[in-house]
Design a binder for this molecule. Structure first.
Ligand code: ZN
Length: 251
C-alpha cells in the first residue's frame, strides 16, 4: 500500500504542527521527504488545551510507529502567542457558539492567524537555518478562511523571502486536496498504521471533545471541523472499499 520511496531531500523543513489531522498528514509528508524535520506549535489561548496535549502524543506515536522517520524527527518548538488570543474575538478563543458571521466567515476565524504563524515560523526557521516551511493550509475545504488561500500564501512567501533576504519557501501539500484526499494521502504515506494514528491521536474538534469515539476519531461530531473530518472519512472509505486493511473497517 505504501507509495514508492521518495528521494530524501537534505534540506531541513519546519512543519506548522497543531496536532490535527491536516498538520499530522503534513508532518508525515515532510518526514517522508526531508532528512531533518522540526515542528512548531502556537499557544494562543485556544479555549481548550487538548490540541497542545495531543501534538506531543502524535509526535511520540509517529516516532514509535515509523522507525524510518524517527531519526529525521527533530525538536519541537511551542511559541507563546497569547497576544493573538487577546486581540481576537473568535469562537476558538472565547467561550461562545460557533456560527456564521454576517460576512460569510465562521466566527472560528482568528483574523490573520496564518499570516502571524508563518511569519513567526520563518523567524524561528531563520535562527535554525531552516528555509522550508510546511503548512496544512487548504483551499478546497478551507471554511472560507482567506489566509488559507494559495494566493495569500504565494504573496506571503514573497514577502518573507524579501524581508529575510533568504529563499524562504512555503510548502502546502494539502492545498488542492479535499478531506477525503487528505485521508488518502495519509494512507499513501503510512498505510493503515498512519490512519490508525490519525484516528486515535490527532485532534480536530473545535469543542475539544475527546470522549466520543467515531470511526474517524474523537470529537463532538457536529461542529464544522468534526463535520468536515467525518464527511471526508466517509467519502474516502466509500472510494476505497478494497484496501484490504482490516484495521480500517471500523469498530
Ligand atoms: Zn467537534
Amino acid at each position: 500500500m505504501s507509495a514508492p520511496q521518495t528521494a530524501v531531500d537534505s534540506r531541513p523543513a519546519l512543519v506548522l504542527f497543531s496536532g490535527g489531522q491536516d498538520s499530522t498528514t503534513c508532518l508525515a509528508w515532510a518526514l517522508e521527504r526531508h532528512a531533518h524535520v522540526e515542528t512548531v506549535g502556537f499557544d494562543y489561548g485556544q479555549r481548550h488545551s487538548v490540541e497542545l496535549t495531543q501534538r506531543r502524543v502524535v509526535r511520540e506515536q509517529i516516532a514509535a510507529a515509523f522507525p524510518a522517520w524517527a531519526p529525521r524527527l527533530g525538536p519541537d518548538h511551542v511559541l507563546d502567542l497569547a497576544v493573538l488570543g487577546s486581540i481576537s474575538e473568535s469562537a476558538l478563543t472565547q467561550d461562545r457558539a460557533i456560527a456564521l458571521q454576517d460576512n460569510g466567515l465562521p466566527n472560528t476565524f482568528v483574523p490573520g492567524r496564518n499570516l502571524v504563524f508563518l511569519t513567526l515560523a520563518a523567524a524561528l526557521g531563520y535562527r535554525r537555518s531552516i528555509r522550508l516551511l510546511v503548512g496544512g493550509m487548504c483551499e478546497t475545504d478551507f471554511s472560507g478562511y482567506p489566509d488559507c488561500r494559495d494566493a495569500t500564501l504565494q504573496a506571503q512567501q514573497r514577502a518573507l523571502a524579501l524581508g529575510l533576504a533568504e529563499d524562504v519557501q512555503i510548502l502546502t501539500p494539502l492545498m488542492w486536496r479535499d478531506k477525503a484526499q487528505i485521508w488518502a494521502l495519509a494512507h499513501e504515506l503510512g498505510g493503515a498504521a498512519l490512519i490508525s494514528l490519525v484516528v486515535e491521536h490527532t485532534h480536530t474538534c473545535y469543542l475539544g471533545n475527546r470522549e466520543t469515539r467515531y470511526d474517524w476519531g474523537y470529537g463532538c461530531g457536529t461542529c464544522p471541523a468534526c463535520e468536515l473530518r467525518s464527511a471526508g472519512w466517509t467519502r474516502w472509505r466509500a472510494q476505497t472499499p478494497a484496501t484490504g486493511d482490516s484495521k480500517l473497517s471500523g469498530t
